[in-house]
Design a binder for this molecule. Structure first.
Ligand SMILES: NC(=O)c1ccc[n+]([C@@H]2O[C@H](COP(=O)([O-])OP(=O)(O)OC[C@H]3O[C@@H](n4cnc5c(N)ncnc54)[C@H](OP(=O)(O)O)[C@@H]3O)[C@@H](O)[C@H]2O)c1
Length: 237
């Protein structure tokens, strides 16, 4: 997959799946803006780091402006940053989860859209969850916030397809090296309770997610638009 000359923003790339996505995109030749609240060393080639809370409008503006100042263009936006709530949902939890998973992704994408249109082959790739397709107890808030993102995937695909922009989503099941699901994985007997329902016989990896994101970012995915891809080893098949 050759992304030489392409420029990407990956949100939530200081850790976990986002960090693997950012590294995989640079290995394919892209330049990448890495974002998150933690400061990272920035040891990837052709990369710049923009720190801050994505729920803050100024941070979102700075991410887009720094990308354009540094690399001169923007072709790929990966909306990966997200948060999962634990336990009973308070109104504060609701606002925190929706503010990042839905609202921040909405407004960052709106801020990035003019540059993605100028690119001529702009791509928005939303990292969602299989929980929007198959629910589980305790996932109501997180899954519904991601369902809003799935809806945006389709809406933006319709709205911006004729402007050369493609908008798609990858919806992973439990990711074995995804920090967000570590508490859930620890509470489960994976071999007995999870793997029997996954025809592929294993959990997803961050590398699986990054491979699909990289494909969606590349020229081979030009005719995919508004698609929600279940990355679940066949669990929902
Ligand atoms: N792990 C799984 O099993 C799994 C399954 C399905 C889907 N997913 C999806 O995959 C994506 C990545 O998951 P993950 O397991 O890698 O999660 P994670 O390790 O918790 O990563 C979340 C990323 O988002 C950043 N972030 C969190 N709050 C932020 C904020 N307010 N402003 C800016 N950045 C913020 C974090 O960086 P800082 O802490 O530096 O801010 C981190 O880089 C998420 O969209 C998740 O919903 C994960």
């Amino acid at each position: 997959m050759d992304l030489t000359g392409k420029v990407a923003i990956v949100t939530g790339a200081t850790d976990g799946i986002g960090a693997v996505i950012a590294r995989t995109l640079t290995e394919a030749g892209a330049a990448v803006t890495i974002t998150g609240r933690r400061t990272v060393a920035g040891d990837l080639p052709r990369s710049v780091f923009v720190g801050g809370d994505l729920t803050d409008r100024d941070v979102r503006q700075r991410i887009v402006a720094t990308t354009l100042d540094t690399f001169g263009r923007l072709d790929i936006l990966v909306n990966n940053a997200a948060v999962h709530n634990r336990g009973p949902v308070t109104e504060q939890d609701f606002d925190r989860v929706v503010a990042l998973n839905y609202r921040a992704a909405f407004f960052l994408t709106e801020a990035a859209m003019p540059a993605l249109i100028t690119s001529g082959s702009g791509r928005v790739i939303n990292v969602s969850t299989i929980g929007t397709i198959k629910s589980y107890a305790g996932g109501a808030l997180y899954n519904s916030s991601k369902a809003a993102l799935d809806s945006l995937t389709r809406s933006w695909a319709s709205e911006h397809g004729h402007q050369g922009v493609r908008v798609n989503a990858v919806n992973p099941g439990l990711v074995q090296d995804g920090p967000m699901s570590a508490p859930k994985r620890a509470a489960l007997d994976i071999a007995r309770q999870v793997l029997p329902s996954i025809p592929a016989g294993r959990l997803a990896t961050a590398a699986d997610v990054a491979a699909v994101v990289t494909f969606l970012a590349g020229p081979g995915a030009d005719y995919l638009n508004g698609v929600i891809i279940p990355l679940d080893g066949g669990a929902t098949a």
